[in-house]
Design a protein around this ligand. Sequence first.
Ligand SMILES: *[C@@H]1O[C@H](CO)[C@@H](O)[C@H](O)[C@H]1NC(C)=O
Ligand SMILES: *[C@@H]1O[C@H](CO)[C@@H](O)[C@H](O)[C@H]1NC(C)=O
Ligand SMILES: [Cu+2]
Length: 193
Amino acid sequence: MVQVFSASPRFLQLASSRFQLRSAEMEIRRRQALAMALAAVLAAVAVAQVATAATSYTVGAPDGLWDMHTDYAEWVAARTFHPGDNITFTYSRELHDVVEVGKAGYDACSSANNVSAFRSGNDVVALTAVGTRYFLCGLTGHCVSGMKIRIDVVAASTGPVAAPPTTSAGGNVVAGLGALVVTQALLGSISVW
Ligand SMILES: *[C@@H]1O[C@H](CO)[C@@H](O)[C@H](O)[C@H]1NC(C)=O
Ligand SMILES: *[C@@H]1O[C@H](CO)[C@@H](O)[C@H](O)[C@H]1NC(C)=O
Ligand SMILES: [Cu+2]
């Protein structure tokens, strides 16, 4: 009687190993789905960083500073400034200062009708809005020798596609690539679990 209701040990073994295989497969698929979701989130974060991060610039750096030798027209041409960015004038306060002026003052190298004046040697200026900002060194002869800078602050691109990385966003591009590398590493390790 007992024989009738009991399956053979061989059958039980097969059924049990099939079940184990199926649940192992499901576990792998679950982990892969999880990894894909994680990768999507990381990629979105990386794109958002590249598109919106504010940048802090040291005027003239890395090849120069706020001094008598730096070509500021060239320095500005290689960069794009957006509202939210900062520029910092770094210099010796015994040798220079920073005066923000209007266009007339900039053209005439005159700080008489200045907007503001700084002389800490490490002056941070927030570029809060779209528009053109003019700065010069107020010490005699420095502006006419080229120590003046014009900064065009332009709106950040707001298209559906992220703006292509520019040289000024170097740090963010590196951060984005870092996130991608981490994602790849995660995917690799999870799929061979
Ligand atoms: C700009 O400078 C201000 C004041 O120092 C600071 O709070 C802000 O975080 C800076 N922004 C950037 C993008 O560095
Ligand atoms: C800036 O302008 C004020 C007057 O508004 C003046 O007193 C001051 O000396 C000027 N600063 C510089 C560095 O020229
Ligand atoms: Cu100067």
